[in-house]
Design a protein around this ligand. Structure first.
Ligand code: 2AM
Ligand code: CA
Length: 268
């Protein structure tokens, strides 16, 4: 395993321990609201602190972009950290959340770890090496069209500007797929596409820490990640992302495109 990935796994496990311990004492949680429907707990902050400590012990100079702490430092290596993806689920005692750590080297995403501490699952990927779930190789599904597929997504919850466009996409895709799942953790949605539990996934308005690790996982599992117009870039800035195996990716984009508004196209 690449040395950077080894540290990322260690950090993700440690954060997972913090989260599981706290999940047994949810009644005493302090919950703050960052924006409407966007919550943070002391667990998010503690887990992020654990991760930062482990990274900086091994690599004192590396930069970190954390959901809770923002950007720390400036370096050709940036660790992109979501200490708890799925905080809304966590707060409700719904056991579906994860730790996500992506590593960008000279502007390119190179490594990713997603850790589901409830199921004891660790997803890892390094560019050119492949994607793994608990050390077993994973791959995207071979679905050739939307028929019979299970597709992950996220409904708008904070910013409803693009909600009408989004619901147009949802209607088009839901009318063809076998099922749609909105599970509440973008990181796990991406890990599930990489491991074949979902055939594809799309969502609007994501943040870099939601997707950095998952992008490497899906790509290394043989999938394509792109923006709403089907281009292979732009999604880290816009937060609007589509993924699946190459054929399914194209099928999703075909059903998404008719619903793109000029402002979504400008920031696709
Ligand atoms: P978070 O828990 O790290 O904030 C995509 O749906 C992403 O949006 C999730 O991975 C989740 O990441 C974030 N999110 C924040 N608030 C949410 C909410 N109320 N419902 C669903 N997702 C939410
Ligand atoms: Ca989070």
């Amino acid at each position: 395993m690449h040395p950077l990935l080894t540290i990322a796994v260690r950090a993700a496990r440690r954060a997972g321990d913090v989260i599981i311990r706290a999940s047994n004492q949810r009644d005493s949680l302090t919950i703050d609201t960052k924006q409407r429907n966007d919550f943070v707990t002391e667990v998010d902050r503690q887990a992020e602190q654990e991760i930062i400590q482990i990274i900086h012990k091994a690599y004192p100079d590396h930069a970190i972009l954390g959901e809770e702490g923002g950007q720390i430092g400036d370096n050709e290596v940036t660790w992109i950290v979501d200490p708890l993806d799925g905080t809304t689920n966590f707060i409700h005692g719904l056991p579906h959340y994860a730790v996500s750590i992506g590593i960008e080297v000279r502007g390119r995403l190179e490594h990713g770890v997603i850790h589901d501490p409830v199921r004891g699952e660790i997803y890892t990927a390094s560019r050119g090496v492949g994607a793994f779930l608990n050390d077993r190789r994973i791959r995207v599904t071979p679905a050739r069209s939307l028929e019979g597929t299970l597709i992950g997504t996220g409904l708008p919850f904070r910013d409803f500007t693009h909600a009408p466009a989004y619901y147009g996409m949802l209607q088009a895709i839901a009318s063809k797929a076998a099922g749609i799942r909105r599970a509440g953790s973008a990181a796990l949605d991406l890990a599930y596409v990489a491991s074949g539990r979902l055939d594809g996934y799309w969502e609007l308005g994501l943040k870099p820490w939601d997707i950095a690790a998952g992008v490497v996982l899906v790509q290394e599992a043989g999938g394509i990640v792109g923006n709403l117009s089907g281009e292979p870039d732009g999604f880290m800035d816009s937060g609007n992302l589509v993924c699946g195996n190459p054929r399914l990716f194209a099928a999703l984009v075909r059903d998404i495109q008719p619903h793109l508004t000029p402002s979504l196209m400008a920031r696709s």
